[in-house]
Write a protein that binds this ligand. Structure first.
Ligand SMILES: *[C@@H]1O[C@H](CO)[C@@H](O)[C@H](O)[C@H]1NC(C)=O
Ligand SMILES: *[C@@H]1O[C@H](CO)[C@@H](O)[C@H](O)[C@H]1NC(C)=O
Ligand SMILES: *[C@@H]1O[C@H](CO)[C@@H](O)[C@H](O)[C@H]1NC(C)=O
Ligand SMILES: *[C@@H]1O[C@H](CO)[C@@H](O)[C@H](O)[C@H]1NC(C)=O
Ligand SMILES: *[C@@H]1O[C@H](CO)[C@@H](O)[C@H](O)[C@H]1NC(C)=O
Length: 268
């Protein structure tokens, strides 16, 4: 009896451990990258770096009159898919064609507007920092978020937002029209005044309602599957315990047959 109990706990425990070990099991179809446009930046070049199209970018930035007009020193949102990479983290790998004089520092800070860091690019590629071959393809990984149901399931769309010098919690809250407390809950421990680093901002979009609806449904289905699994485990545990109990009382075999759940192998 104790052994069986131990077994059930071991099964439950391994189930929990598996849950913790893989950080993500899937991503989400849509995330946004907040791209800070430096002087000279154009939508077509930015679209090229981030595997998007000028038309797509305009559709996510209602304040942009057209694809030819983007103001320097403003942020624009670029749509991308947020993938679960190797079960380890949420991100998207962009393929970048290396140009003459590129360095990890210039690629991260200028071409990808600090949406990634030199060391994060370097750790996902084989090239040494001093040997980036022009014309070669580089994997540029940008992190993202699909939300956190323990904070709120109202938000399904997240903006990867590189902090800049001069930013602060209240400034970002005002800029994004999201309350400071919600920003902090989605980014526990983040220093919004650090001048660098990524934070994730719950976004508002036309399809937000639609997105959160599917996240809600997905959450329900997952919860139901887990309950079913637990239920099955409990039922089989109870059946086995009942058999053990009856066997211990040395009750005649015909009672077992009436109970009907104990097979002969189980009754020694
Ligand atoms: C990226 O960060 C560096 C260092 O803080 C800064 O000089 C540069 O302007 C940033 N680039 C963008 C596009 O914000
Ligand atoms: C992206 O996420 C990974 C895993 O959490 C982390 O190690 C890495 O530092 C992050 N990169 C950036 C640029 O924030
Ligand atoms: C980029 O990623 C792909 C797929 O993981 C890998 O095969 C390739 O070697 C990577 N490229 C570099 C330059 O490391
Ligand atoms: C979700 O939020 C909870 C509570 O704030 C936190 O403990 C947990 O680490 C978060 N999960 C992820 C994947 O960020
Ligand atoms: C800011 O958010 C509030 C609700 O939280 C909304 O009523 C308001 O229209 C939003 N303002 C803008 C400019 O999006």
């Amino acid at each position: 009896m104790m052994k069986k109990l131990g077994f059930v706990f071991a099964v439950l425990l391994s189930y929990l451990v598996v849950e913790i070990e893989s950080i993500c099991s899937r991503g989400c179809d849509l995330a946004l990258a907040s791209y800070y446009v430096l002087p000279g930046g154009t939508i077509s070049v930015i679209a090229d770096y981030l595997d998007s199209s000028p038309a797509d970018i305009v559709s996510y930035n209602p304040e942009l009159p057209s694809a030819d007009s983007v103001q320097d020193n403003t942020r624009i949102n670029i749509p991308f898919s947020c993938d679960c990479i190797d079960g380890d983290f949420l991100g998207h790998v962009f393929s970048y064609r290396i140009q003459t004089d590129d360095t990890y520092v210039s690629i991260a800070g200028t071409r990808y507007a600090n949406l990634t860091t030199p060391s994060w690019i370097e750790s996902n590629n084989n090239y040494t920092p001093t040997n980036l071959p022009p014309g070669g393809d580089l994997n540029v990984t940008v992190n993202c978020s699909c939300g956190n149901s323990s904070v709120s399931s109202d938000y399904g769309l997240f903006i990867t937002f590189p902090l800049r010098p001069g930013d602060s919690l209240s400034f970002v809250a005002q800029l994004t029209n999201v309350s400071a407390s919600l920003l902090q809950r989605y980014n526990p421990g983040a220093d919004f005044s650090a001048g660098n680093g990524l934070v994730f901002i719950p976004g508002r979009g036309e399809n937000l309602l639609y997105l959160s609806f599917f996240i809600f449904i997905e959450g329900m289905v997952n919860a139901m599957l887990k309950l079913l699994q637990l239920g099955k485990l409990l039922v089989s545990f109870c059946q086995r315990s009942l058999c053990d109990f009856l066997a211990a009382l040395r009750i005649n075999n015909w009672i077992m047959k009436i109970v009907g759940t104990c097979d002969s192998a189980m009754i020694k």
